[in-house]
Write a protein that binds this ligand. Structure first.
Ligand SMILES: [Zn+2]
Length: 364
C-alpha cells in the first residue's frame, strides 16, 4: 500500500568511478565492495530504507538483494541483447536521441540559440514550423529551415545506424521515426520498412490548401536559397520558394506544427507501410521493440510502443502454446524519463543509445 510498492521498486544510486563507456564500464568490484554486508555504505543505505519504511509504512524492500546499479544495468543489457538477437521481428522506434551520435544535437535552449527569431516573435521550433510563420514571414521561416537542412544533411549516419542495420537486416524489421533528418534512408535501411511520422526537412508543399501534394526536394534546393548568414533570413526576400502552380509561398511539410495546413500524403504512405508490416508478422512471432532516444515532449512513439506491446502480449496470453521466450521484449533506451510500466519484459536502459550499442557490439 505504500508509494514504493506502487512504484514496483526503488533505485538507490551510489556514486561510482565512471570511465570508458560510462556506467556500463563502472567498477563492478568497487561497487560490490561498497554494497557488501557490513560496509558503511550498505549500513547507510539500510538505515535510509528503515527511515523510509518508518515514514511511509511497510515498503516491500529486501536488504539482502541490494544490487549495485552497474550490475542491474549489465543484467538488463545482456537480457536485452539476447532478446534482440533472437527476436523473429524487430520494431525500431527512433526519436532525437538516436541521431545525437551522428552530430545532430538537441536544439537546446531556443532563446539562446535563435535570438533573432525570438525578436521576430517565434519562441520555439513549433512556432517556427507553423503555417503562419511561412505565410507571414517566409524569409525568416526559410532561413531557419535552410540552416537545419544543411546541418542535418551535412551530418553522416553514425556507427550506431550501421550496427543496428547489420543486426536487423536479415529479419523482418520496421522503423517508425519522428526524426526529420532522413538518417535511416541514408544509412541504407529499406524505404519500404520506414515510416517518418513527421516527414523530413526535404519535404516541401504549397501553403495554399489543396494545391497539389508534397514533393521531396534535394539538398541543392536549400543550398540555392540566398541567406543573410548573421540574420538567418532569405535575402532578398522575394527569393523565398513559391508554388509553381499558384504562386503562393511554400513551406516545409513537417507535422511539427499541428495547424491544419500540413499535407500528409507522405506520412500516410508511411503509416500504410507500417500497417502492412504489422499484418505480415506471423501469429506467435517473438517481437523485440527498441525505443531509441524518444523523449516525452512528443510522446507518440512511446504510446505506439506501449500499445503494440500490450496488444501482442494479450494475444500471446490467449495462445495455447506457451513458450520459453517472451512474446515481446520492449526496451526503452533514453538518458532521461526512462521509467517504464512494470513488466518483466520491459527493459529500461538509462543510457545514451550509442553507449548501449557499443556495449552490445562488444557482447555480441
Ligand atoms: Zn500552390
Amino acid at each position: 500500500g505504500s508509494w514504493a510498492d506502487q512504484a514496483g521498486g526503488v533505485f538507490l544510486t551510489v556514486p561510482a568511478r565512471v570511465s570508458g563507456m560510462g556506467v556500463v564500464e563502472a567498477d563492478e568490484e568497487a561497487l560490490a565492495r561498497l554494497c557488501a554486508p557490513g560496509s558503511a555504505a550498505r549500513d547507510a543505505l539500510c538505515n535510509g530504507l528503515k527511515e523510509v519504511r518508518e515514514e511511509y509504512g511497510g515498503c516491500n524492500v529486501d536488504e539482502t538483494n541490494l544490487l549495485p546499479m552497474g550490475t542491474v544495468l549489465s543484467q538488463r543489457l545482456e537480457k536485452g541483447l539476447r532478446s534482440l538477437l533472437k527476436a523473429d521481428a524487430v520494431i525500431i522506434l527512433a526519436g532525437a536521441g538516436m541521431s545525437v551520435s551522428s552530430g545532430i544535437p538537441d536544439l537546446g535552449d531556443f532563446a539562446t540559440q535563435f535570438p533573432e527569431l525570438v525578436q521576430r516573435g517565434r519562441k520555439n521550433i513549433f512556432q517556427c514550423s507553423s503555417h503562419e510563420h511561412f505565410t507571414s514571414d517566409p524569409a525568416s521561416a526559410w532561413g531557419f529551415f535552410q540552416e537545419r537542412a544543411l546541418g542535418y544533411w551535412g551530418a553522416e549516419p553514425s556507427a550506431d545506424y550501421c550496427w543496428l542495420l547489420k543486426v536487423v537486416d536479415s529479419r523482418p524489421y520496421f522503423v517508425v521515426t519522428s526524426n526529420l533528418d532522413g538518417m535511416f534512408t541514408r544509412a541504407g535501411f529499406a524505404p519500404d520498412r520506414l515510416a517518418e511520422i513527421h516527414g523530413t526537412l526535404l519535404d516541401v508543399q504549397c501553403c495554399s490548401p489543396n494545391c497539389g501534394g508534397v514533393r521531396r526536394e534535394t539538398l541543392n534546393f536549400f543550398e540555392d536559397l540566398p541567406i543573410c548568414p548573421n540574420r538567418r533570413v532569405v535575402t532578398p526576400a522575394e527569393r523565398v520558394p513559391t508554388c509553381s502552380r499558384c504562386g503562393s509561398p511554400e513551406r516545409i511539410a513537417t507535422e511539427l506544427a499541428v495547424d491544419g495546413y500540413f499535407q500528409d500524403d507522405h506520412v500516410l504512405e508511411g503509416r500504410r507501410r507500417w500497417e502492412h508490416f504489422q499484418h505480415t508478422v506471423p501469429e506467435g512471432a517473438k517481437l523485440c521493440i527498441l525505443e531509441l532516444g524518444c523523449g516525452i515532449q512528443m510522446p507518440k512513439l512511446r504510446f505506439l510502443g506501449e500499445s503494440v506491446s500490450n496488444i501482442h502480449r494479450l494475444r500471446a496470453a490467449h495462445s495455447t502454446a506457451p513458450d520459453e521466450m517472451a512474446p515481446v521484449t520492449y526496451m526503452r533506451i533514453n538518458t532521461h524519463h526512462y521509467d517504464m510500466i512494470n513488466h518483466p519484459d520491459n527493459i529500461p536502459l538509462p543510457l545514451p543509445v550509442s553507449e548501449v550499442f557499443q556495449a552490445w557490439s562488444c557482447l555480441s
